[in-house]
Each structure stands twice: as structure tokens, then as C-alpha cells.
Design a protein around this ligand. Structure first.
Ligand code: UDP
Ligand code: MG
Length: 319
């Protein structure tokens, strides 16, 4: 029987403080397993010593492969590239900062061997995160659940194992604004989870400032539902309804021979209210059009500057 190969995909963005420790911990866990493995580190355009440290590691360890991006393309794209290059029968996606403990990997693998195609790691607790992060994350997932048309598991990050056949479908998904966990959920097959406790970041700071979190959240919602558009439509209905009521009121008052109060306030309220709704609607529609525009340009999702320990024949041709 052919020996199984596991691919571990690790995106890295300014992770010079954790890169070596991450490698050591992964190595320790994988060496206890009886499977072949490859560690794929994606340097997402960090300009600190991350690449230098990784190169040093890869020079000594041929199981380590490096994909170096030409610039920062973002976490989700880095994961995408890692999956593209992975040759394993199963692929494990894990954060570099050791918030996802590598020690959970054997549990993921066991579930996979039981026959599951996607095994995601569900966190029981989050240690050492700010209340702001916890609160935003909580409401984000609630909102996402309400807005999305597909089921996206709560309390899970991208830490998960996917089978080769899931990865094959994932590679065919060519969208630019990538929301990996939603895309994997969309694929289907047999999915399950294992629980774990999320650790503190080993070192360094979160690479998700508010700006990136907002972009991530909008991707998650817009890529997986057209609910915002429907919402705008019902808002439109409601405003039309309100204006009809106001019209009727004015008509009836007139009918009984009285003058409608020449109200400055009501006019102002109406103007601001409705122009507000219109702008909001336009903004949301614009979001979708913007994405249509982006997709229609059909550019490559990422640009690779260099690879290490990756044979040329491994590289998938990006159409
Ligand atoms: N990351 C990346 N590109 C980015 C931002 C983050 O590759 O533009 C990587 C980062 O190095 C880490 C993972 O994505 O491995 C998760 O980022 P982080 O831990 O900062 O996010 P948080 O855990 O705070 O949500
Ligand atoms: Mg983290």
C-alpha cells in the first residue's frame, strides 16, 4: 500500500518571533506520527526576518517547502497557495502563532482515518485575547450565521484537515475574495470536528488589525449570500410604505378642510432618512458590483516570487 503523505500549510506574516518555535513544535508532533509529511510555509510578503529564518530551516530540512509571495496578499490567499502546492493525501491548515496547538493534529488525522473528509478544530476556550477581539469575534459569527446561506461552523478558525478530494475542489474555486472556512464548508463531503483549547499567541502581535477584520467579515457575508441585497429591497419597500402613509395622512387632513402644517422638520427628517437608505443601498450594491469587477479581471490570486524545495514540476499552472 502506498504510504500516506500529510501536508501542513502554515501562512506567515511578520512571524520572525514564532517561525522557529512553530517549526520545532510541528516537527516534534509530526515525527511521532508514522506518516510522511511536508511542511509548507507561505511567506505572505513579510519583510522582517521571517523568510531568512525559514530559508535557514529549509536548507537543512528538505521536508520544509517555502512559497514566498511577491507582496502581502492576506491570510486567506496564503492558505490558498499552500493548498495549491500541497501534494498530500490530507492537508492540514494551521496558524503560525501556535494559537492552534500542533498537538491536536494527530486527533485530526485519526478522524480522517475514520473516514471523514473535513475535520475542523473547534475551540473550547480562547486564552489571552482582548475583550474586544472576543466580543467582535462572537458577534461576527452570530451575524455571519444569520446572513449566510451555508452553514459555517462557529468557534472555528482555519485550523483544520481536509482530504485530497476536498482540496481538489477547493483548487478549482477561482474566486478572488476568499473566505476559506466558508468555501470548505460549501464543498460538502463528510465533515466533523474535534475540540481543543485555543492558546495564547506564542509571540508577536495579531496580524489582524480592525481593517483586515472588517474586510474578512464582509468577504464572509457577501461571498456566501445575497441577503444584504434582499435586506436593501425590504428597506425600500418599507420606505415606500411610510411615504404612502404620510401621503394619505396629508390627503385626509386636506379633506377635512385643514392645512397641513408647513413642517420644516418633517421634510428634513424625510430627506435625511431616505437619502441615508439610498446611500446604504447603493453601497451594498456597489460592494457586489465591485466584486463582479474584481472577478471579471481574472487576475491570478497571488504572485509567487520564489520557492524553496519545491520542484518545478510541482507547481500548479495558474490559469
Ligand atoms: N497572516 C498572513 N497574512 C496576513 C495576516 C496574517 O499570512 O496578511 C497569518 C499569520 O502569520 C498567522 C495567521 O495568518 O499565521 C493568523 O494571523 P493572526 O494570528 O495574526 O490572527 P488572529 O489569530 O489574531 O486572528
Ligand atoms: Mg493568531
Amino acid at each position: 500500500m502506498k504510504e500516506l503523505l500529510l501536508s501542513i500549510v502554515v501562512p506567515m506574516y511578520f512571524e520572525e518571533e514564532v517561525a522557529r518555535e512553530c517549526y520545532n513544535r510541528l516537527k516534534a508532533v509530526m515525527n511521532q506520527q508514522k506518516y510522511n509529511y511536508e511542511l509548507i510555509f507561505v511567506n505572505d510578503g513579510s519583510t522582517d526576518r521571517t523568510l531568512e529564518i525559514l530559508t535557514e530551516i529549509a536548507d537543512r530540512d528538505k521536508q520544509v517547502k517555502i512559497i514566498d509571495f511577491a507582496r502581502n496578499f492576506g491570510h486567506q490567499v496564503a492558505v490558498t497557495a499552500g493548498v495549491d502546492y500541497a501534494k498530500g493525501d490530507a492537508i492540514i491548515i494551521i496558524d503560525a502563532d501556535l494559537q492552534d496547538p500542533p498537538e491536536v493534529i494527530p486527533e485530526l488525522v485519526n478522524k480522517w482515518l475514520e473516514g471523514f473528509d473535513v475535520v475542523y478544530a473547534k475551540r473550547k476556550k480562547r486564552k489571552g485575547e482582548t475583550w474586544f477581539k472576543l466580543a467582535t469575534a462572537k458577534y461576527f459569527y452570530k451575524f455571519l450565521d444569520y446572513m449566510s446561506d451555508i452553514y459555517i461552523p462557529k468557534d472555528t478558525g482555519d485550523f483544520r484537515l481536509i482530504d485530497k478530494k476536498v482540496a481538489d475542489v477547493f483548487r478549482q474555486m477561482s474566486e478572488r475574495n476568499r473566505f476559506v472556512r466558508g468555501m470548505i464548508s460549501w464543498v460538502g463531503f463528510r465533515q466533523t470536528y474535534v475540540e481543543y483549547e485555543r492558546d495564547e499567541r506564542f509571540a508577536g502581535e495579531s496580524k489582524y488589525p480592525l481593517r483586515k477584520m472588517v474586510k474578512f467579515a464582509t468577504d464572509g457575508i457577501i461571498a456566501f449570500s445575497t441577503k444584504p441585497l434582499r435586506l436593501v429591497m425590504s428597506m425600500g419597500f418599507i420606505s415606500v410604505l411610510i411615504s404612502i402613509i404620510v401621503l394619505l395622512y396629508a390627503f385626509i387632513v386636506r379633506l377635512f378642510g385643514q392645512q397641513v402644517e408647513p413642517g420644516w422638520a418633517s421634510i428634513m427628517v424625510a430627506i435625511t432618512f431616505f437619502s441615508g437608505i439610498q446611500l446604504l443601498g447603493l453601497g451594498i450594491v456597489g460592494q457586489y458590483i465591485g466584486r463582479i469587477y474584481e472577478e471579471s479581471k481574472n487576475r491570478p490570486i497571488y504572485v509567487v516570487k520564489d520557492t524553496i524545495n519545491v520542484e518545478v514540476k510541482d507547481i500548479r499552472q495558474m490559469e
